[in-house]
Write a protein that binds this ligand. Structure first.
Ligand SMILES: *Cc1c(COP(=O)(O)O)cnc(C)c1O
Length: 220
C-alpha cells in the first residue's frame, strides 16, 4: 500500500472530533511530502533538529507538533514556528517556553504530559503536579503560553484492559483540570493513542492521536 492509502485508511477510522498527528520522526521529507500532497497538514517530530530541518524545507502551511521529551535548552530552536508542544513535564519547561514565545512575539500552545503508565520508563508529571501548576500565581503570569490539554502514553502491553484503564485515567484527569478554570488555559485536547492503541484511546475519549508506523511503515 502507498503512504497515501495508509493515510486514507487511518483517516477513515477516525471520528470527526479526533485530530490526526502524522508522526514522521526518522522519515525523509519525500515521504512526508507524499502525505502532504494527500492533504495531511499536521506532523509530529520528537527531535528538535530534525523538526527544524523539515520545517525549513517544507511548505509553510504545515503545523509542526513537538511530541518528544522537551529540554529547556532546546526550546529556543522551536519557539519561532512550533504549533503545539505535547510533552511538557515540568514547570521549568513551561517557563522557558513562555520566555522564548515572548521573544518571538507568539503565544505557544502546550499540553501537560501526565504519567499514566505503570512503567517507570514513561515520562510525565503527576495529576497533582499538573493541578498545582495550573493553580499557581506564577503560571497565571505566563502570558505567552496557553495550556490546551493533556498528553499521555499507556504502558506498552498486550493487556487491553490495563491500557484502557490508563487512557480513562487521563481523560478523568483532563476533566478534573478543566474544572479548575485556570488562567492561560483552554483545555480541549486529550492527546493519546498511537499506531498500536489508537482505537482504544478513541473509545476512552482521545481527541488527538499520534500515528507514525501505521502511516509511514516501521522505523529503523
Ligand atoms: C513515536 C511516537 C508516536 C508514534 O508511534 P507509532 O507507534 O509509530 O504510531 C507517538 N507518540 C510519541 C510520543 C512517539 O514518540
Amino acid at each position: 500500500m502507498s503512504l497515501k492509502q495508509n493515510l486514507e485508511n487511518i483517516k477513515s477510522q477516525l471520528p470527526k472530533h479526533v485530530t490526526l498527528v502524522a508522526v514522521s520522526k526518522t522519515k525523509p521529507v519525500k515521504d512526508l511530502m507524499e502525505i502532504y500532497e494527500a492533504g495531511q497538514r499536521i506532523f509530529g517530530e520528537n527531535k528538535i533538529q530534525e523538526m527544524a530541518e523539515k520545517y525549513d524545507t517544507m511548505p509553510k502551511d504545515i503545523e509542526w507538533h513537538m511530541i518528544g521529551h522537551v529540554q529547556t535548552n532546546k526550546v529556543k530552536y522551536m519557539a519561532p514556528f512550533v504549533s503545539l508542544i505535547h510533552g511538557v513535564e515540568r514547570f521549568k519547561v513551561l517557563k522557558e517556553i513562555n520566555k522564548q514565545a515572548l521573544k518571538n512575539d507568539r503565544v505557544i500552545e502546550c499540553l501537560l504530559q501526565i504519567k499514566i503508565a505503570e512503567e517507570d520508563s514513561k515520562f510525565g508529571m503527576s495529576p497533582q503536579e499538573a493541578s498545582t501548576i495550573l493553580q499557581s500565581k506564577e503560571f497565571s503570569s505566563l502570558k505567552n503560553v496557553k495550556v490546551t490539554g493533556v498528553m499521555g502514553m499507556a504502558t506498552f502491553t498486550d493487556n487491553n484492559s490495563q491500557v484502557s484503564q490508563e487512557f480513562k485515567r487521563l481523560k478523568t484527569v483532563f476533566e478534573e483540570l478543566k474544572l479548575l478554570n485556570a488562567h492561560n488555559c483552554q483545555l480541549e485536547i486529550v492527546s493519546m493513542g498511537m499506531s498500536g492503541d489508537y482505537k482504544l484511546a478513541i473509545d476512552c475519549g482521545s481527541t488527538m492521536v499520534r500515528i507514525g508506523s501505521s502511516i509511514f511503515g516501521d522505523r529503523n
